[in-house]
Design a protein. Structure first.
Length: 249
């Protein structure tokens, strides 16, 4: 079964950058096969990784609401499983599934159960599953993605951001999610973060490290270049590698 590593945090904290560089780290360290799951409704992990997606899982689940979408003679189970397989983007280094937007009104219990079972089956075929999640941990909290071993909570270098990261930990505790290791990562730092030490300690999250502001990340973003291709000299690449080595990923 894959080691499940999730990255969470509010928008703009560098969450997707961290997830993409985590995948790059695993590849460079020859850690084995990788399934990337973009579970953020604002899906852009594919852009950070430099791959194109044609189908998101939310559209597949929506299609199960319309009986006419299912070919005659095909069961709903087989239809969903087939569509989920079609939604996979495969590369030589990793595979990618994109969840897509939040679900609309109506009951999705049945397709969600199929999705959960599909991911469980897929997990057996990989060494790592890397999940780019949202601060609300929707897919993890609903147990669609299970058995998360490591959760990295991202925050920018602000007191408000640190408090938001602390609320992610509180959510994990409230939902009694069995996450083994949780870490705080402070991003976009421009100097000493000592003034934030009190806020950091109040989150109850161990500080895994900091990622300085990186002009190369901003340049890649402006020019629509995949962050996966950042040079080894990038301060973000170096910082993420150090954090992951320290956390024994």
């Amino acid at each position: 079964m894959a080691r499940h590593i999730a990255v969470a945090g509010k928008g703009g904290t560098g969450k997707t950058t961290f997830a993409a560089l985590l995948i790059r780290y695993l590849i460079e360290q020859h850690r084995g096969s990788i399934l990337a799951v973009d579970a953020d409704p604002n899906a852009n992990l594919n852009e950070a990784l430099g791959v194109k997606i044609d189908t998101v899982i939310a559209d597949i689940l929506d299609a199960t609401k319309n009986p006419k979408a299912i070919p005659e003679g095909m069961s709903k189970d087989i239809f969903v499983q087939y569509q989920l397989a079609q939604a996979m983007v495969e590369t030589k280094d990793f595979d990618l599934l994109t969840m897509g937007r939040p679900q609309g009104p109506g009951c999705y219990c049945y397709p969600n159960d199929l999705l959960r079972k599909h991911l469980e089956t897929l997990s057996d075929n990989y060494d790592y599953m890397v999940i780019d999640s949202e601060a609300g941990l929707e897919h993890i909290s609903r147990r669609i993605i299970q058995d998360v071993s490591d959760l990295f909570v991202m925050s920018d270098a602000s007191a408000r951001g640190i408090r938001s990261a602390g609320r992610v930990r509180e959510l994990v505790q409230e939902l009694q999610l069995p996450i083994k290791n949780m870490y705080l990562v402070v991003t976009k730092t421009t100097g000493d973060i000592t003034p934030l030490q009190g806020e950091i300690e109040r989150t109850g999250l161990p500080l895994a490290g900091v990622i300085p502001h990186d002009e190369q990340v901003a340049d890649f973003d402006i020019n629509s270049r995949p962050l996966f291709a950042l040079p080894a000299s990038s301060v973000s690449v170096q910082a993420v590698n150090s954090i992951l080595a320290r956390c024994q990923i």
